[in-house]
Write a protein that binds this ligand. Structure first.
Ligand SMILES: Nc1nc2c(c(=O)[nH]1)N[C@H]1C(S)=C(S)[C@@H](COP(=O)(O)O)O[C@H]1N2
Ligand SMILES: [Mo]
Length: 321
């Protein structure tokens, strides 16, 4: 029997996977450059150090449970409430979002605050492919090949002050393009806000993604820039980011604000702490046909515990859920 707990996320990828990844990466610069008005034209190949890092953080492939989810599921079954509440709304209405030009405001406890163009944000970073599990709090999951770079590398460039303890992220607020933001009744306050403790933000697994499946991010997946934190429930991985703020105090996040009994700030994937309305012990790994659902055991920290559990040493994770 397959034992999900035995999958070590730090397993090194076999050579043939690694080789095909390089080929894929070869196309990324071009694809992204097309999608971003040339921002990444001439983007450098992934250098040796980050290639090693890719190997280190790839989950070991254990087919069929941990094989990559077909792209059409990852791009057509989405949560992006700015476009509406249905899973199909983001792919149906995503075209309305204008992602060029795009800028990101960096503010708060940093020595170099400012509003930066997407080009300036991305320029110094080498892109890497990271194949991560994505576990939604609604108890379904996928395995997605992201393209991005470590969030910590970006944060360091803006020189946080000694007082910075948390990072707050905001999604674009633009009701003319986000039809969900025009809805009269909404379960959430706009803009969508998320946050991380600074050490979580600096963790090498935490990335900002600009692409997936070898291409620029589709709008429904959070173009042009979104967070990916693979050991936390999917709602932490905020899409279409326009603001990154370093703070002294813990940010008030969207889901915590909307229902603090059901959604916490930490939101670490944890099969031992059920959602008040459903179990978190199992998940449906997509594709999961209605009449033969593909249930698998949920792993603590989504299977990345050997790399991240230390961040929470001594904390009561049932209280800090
Ligand atoms: N701005 C914003 N970010 C968001 C959401 C959202 O509604 N708005 N949904 C979150 C949830 S609940 C999940 S599961 C993931 C889904 O990411 P995907 O559609 O790329 O798989 O995005 C997260 N990021
Ligand atoms: Mo989610």
């Amino acid at each position: 029997m397959h034992e999900p707990g035995r999958i070590r996320s730090s397993e090194i990828t076999p050579v043939e996977v690694y080789t095909s990844r390089r080929t894929v990466l070869g196309c990324i610069g071009g694809a992204l450059a097309l999608g971003m008005g040339g921002a990444l034209a001439g983007s450098r190949p992934v250098h040796a150090a980050s290639r090693a890092a890719i190997g280190t953080y790839l989950p070991m492939s254990v087919p069929p449970l941990d094989s990559i989810t077909p792209r059409e599921y990852a791009t057509r079954y989405n949560n992006f409430y700015e476009f509406g509440n249905d899973k199909s709304a983001p792919s149906e209405y995503g075209h309305a979002l204008k992602t060029d030009p795009w800028s990101v405001e960096i503010s708060g406890e940093v020595h170099k605050p400012g509003r930066y163009t997407l080009e300036d944000i991305l320029k110094p970073h080498d892109l890497e492919e990271r194949i991560y599990r994505l576990r939604c709090v609604e108890a379904w999951s996928m395995v997605i090949p992201w393209i991005g770079f470590p969030l910590g590398d970006l944060i360091r460039r803006f020189e946080p002050t000694g007082a910075a303890k948390y990072v707050e992220f905001k999604t674009l607020y633009r009701p003319r393009e986000f039809r969900g933001q025009r809805a009269l009744f909404s379960s959430i306050d706009w803009p969508y806000v998320e946050g991380l403790r600074l050490d979580e933000a600096y963790h090498p697994l935490t990335i900002l993604a600009v692409g997936m499946y070898g291409e620029a991010l589709p709008n429904q997946n959070g173009a042009p820039l979104r967070l990916v934190v693979p050991w936390k429930y999917g709602f932490k991985s905020i899409k279409s980011i326009v603001e990154i703020r370093l703070t002294r105090k813990r940010p008030r996040t969207t889901w915590e604000t909307s229902n603090p009994r059901e959604y916490g700030f930490y939101a670490n994937v944890n099969p031992a702490v059920d959602h008040p309305r459903w179990s978190q012990k199992e998940e449906r790994r997509l594709p999961s046909p209605l009449f033969s659902p593909n249930f698998i055991e949920t792993q603590p920290f989504n299977g990345y515990g050997d790399l991240v559990a230390g961040l929470y040493a001594g904390m009561d994770l049932a209280r800090n859920f």
